[in-house]
Ligand binder design. Sequence first.
Ligand code: AMP
Ligand code: FES
Ligand code: ZN
Ligand code: ZN
Length: 312
Amino acid sequence: MKCRKCENKASIHMRQHKLALCKEHYLEWIPEQTERFIKKYQMFTHEEKILVAISGGKDSLSLWDILVKLGYQADGLYLGLGIDSGINYSHESQRLAEKYANENNLKLHVVDIEKEYGQSIPVLAEISHRGYGRPCAVCGLAKRHEMNRIARDLGYDVLATGHNLDDEAAVLFGNTLNWSSGFLLRQGPVLPASSGGLARKVKPLCRFYEREMTAYAIMRGIEYIYEECPFADGSQSIFYKEMLNQLETVRPGAKLIFYLNFLEAKKSGNLFVEKNVEQQNLHPCPKCGQPTSTPDLCSFCRMIEKARAEIA
Ligand code: AMP
Ligand code: FES
Ligand code: ZN
Ligand code: ZN
């Protein structure tokens, strides 16, 4: 398959966009799209100071890479969680975050939870008995708290995370299964700054598939941690991601439509608002008399008329 923009062989084919691109054009396309999303959702401007939460994974390192390339003022924040049993997850991700920052002359703030609060995340989780044996709930709580605190203390306007479409669709799926209306109303590419001094939170990669971010990181030669956090294994969010991927295989674009149509419904104010059907402009169909909102004939009568006309 050939690149849409030149004659070279395509390096990636995105079925949901019906778009194939070579490496050179893909590395242009991703930042262009990101800029478009930043503007569309009014995430931030070139005058604002951005703190990018860096986990050492492909998404957040790519996000940093893209924002710097687009000329934004973006510093990094790495939070040391102390998850080091087995694969040395925290050590390795910190090494890769620091490596990227050093190689690109960027400023990375490193904050270690154990140094700040006396205990690592796994120990805090054990002591607090939250989250049914998994430290993930405590970890999420601590990460949110620390990101907010550091962004505020260091005077950043915006906090950016690397959540991609697969992450957002999985969260949306979970929230929808539970009809968690509060969470649904807060989910989106931008969470405005709060009066309590919390920075605006943004997710500039929320419309990119995970596979698109992996491709970007690899093509850019960014070294990132491949392993997931060891505690993620068997988690609900991974299960939802797998289910959505099955759906995506038979219906390319399903994940994107699920997320984008949710954002649209929320924006138009139609989510969870009960509408009185009678209030819409209904009139009786001139042929069958059933109430309809389409001008003139109802959709059914129009279809039958059309079928008759074709046969005649
Ligand atoms: P996760 O919650 O692990 O799916 O990560 C979602 C996003 O949170 C990442 O893309 C990062 O922006 C941010 N993040 C996760 N872990 C860390 C960390 N240890 N330090 C700083 N940011 C993180
Ligand atoms: Fe926090 Fe896994 S428990 S990253
Ligand atoms: Zn090309
Ligand atoms: Zn607090």
